[in-house]
Design a protein around this ligand. Sequence first.
Ligand code: GDG
Length: 471
Amino acid sequence: MSNKDSRRLIAVSNRLPIVVKEEDGRWQLAAGAGGLVTALSPVLKRHRGMWIGWPGCDEAAPLEELVARFAEQEGYRLGTVPLSQEEVEDYYEGFSNMTLWPLFHDLLGLCQFNAQHWRAYVEVNRRFAEVTAKKIAREDLVWVQDYQLMLMGGRLRELGVKNPLAFFLHIPFPSLDLFRRLPWKMEILRGLLEFDLVGFQTLRDRRNFVACARELIPGLRAEVHRRTTVLRDEERAVRVGHFPISIDFGEFNNQARGREVADAAWYLHEKFANRQLLLGVDRLDYTKGIPERLLAFERALELYPELHGKLSLLQIVVPSRTQVPEYQSLKEQLDQLAGRINGRFGEPGWIPIHYMFRSLDRVQLLAHYRAAEIALITPLRDGMNLVAKEYCAASVDNNGVLILSEFAGAAEELGKGALLVNPYDLDGTAEAIRRAYTMEQGERQRRMRMLRASIQRNNVHRWVDYFVNSL
Ligand code: GDG
């Protein structure tokens, strides 16, 4: 953040990066894990910043006291936006996750367009803006995160806020043809154009957004520069750029080299002696292409019998949004598919698919990355996909092969080192699995070195600097 060192940063996201728990009758609050927290915490600390969001915890928790303790421990403050159960259902589970999420991932058939959900979205964005407007000083940079809060820019301007406002979208931005279906498209578009800087994950997302804005808002002019496009009308200029998010490469790399992970990886691999391990790690989500992946693996076993007994797919699915009906039926579908494929191909001593529906702790997650000869990451659509980057950062022996969907944002950057596949093309994905399985050591090493070098260079700290300095 070199150029604007004196300015305070105010991060705003739907959920605060905290975990609140009651243990032995005492309430505890800890900083959450995850890439965004790692990236933003040092900047927030250095600049006495603040993170504003919904605490997402039990109403009984003594929030004020916990938040004060957090500021002492972590060196930056938290601002809380309380939400009622009904608001969470309509704004978050409803409009955010049943309308915007599927629409922005090109899955129009799964979208619900519900006016009550929309009203709650407008209202909650207004509330976030009110809390933020009260907490900021004139020079502060306000950086809003993700699709739950796209209207915040407009609401902040209505409240008279003149500060520099930035927004980053973690998920894809759809094409004009899809975006047009949204009954509230103009409100969303105008809301986004109230920010000074709007950031996307990929050049494709940036182009989609610019195309929507130019088509739907008459009189808007676009000047295309290498790093950003400037959209202008008579009154305002908005910068639109693409800033691929990344991970803390050093942290993953070091932890993966450490004794604890190395031992756990060795132990895990012992259980798969003389076999290669093909790994999938995803939140339970229909955008991640997990059923298609199991079917592609089945196709590989059909086409290439030489893989029988030699390769196992280890698929970890982390429970997520299980109150949404689509996610419940996805879970049932996965249970059935894994059972059917194992029933069809399994032999004594070899289970083709090891399917786990739970999350892993950090050491186990890294051990799985390190132990797997191949990662199979095949979302139907994904903003970026950090699992792909983490897998490479943890492949410290340069031995892993990354099979990656061409529809993940990460493919723009990692396309040269990875084997790119179309997840809808089962034969093509099956062929990539065979190719990864038979890939020679030299080619594996060459590809993985290239992938690791790129992620090391474009790490998450650079992402923050690049974004903030573009404002
Ligand atoms: C959204 C966008 C974009 C997963 N399993 C375990 C575990 N994880 C962690 C991974 C990774 C994170 O969850 C998942 O991140 P992704 O990027 O893959 O996907 P989304 O959750 O959909 O994130 C996405 C991202 O935002 C950032 O902009 O890349 O496109 O959809 O960090 O490590 N962590 C632990 N145990 C697990 O079992 N500890």
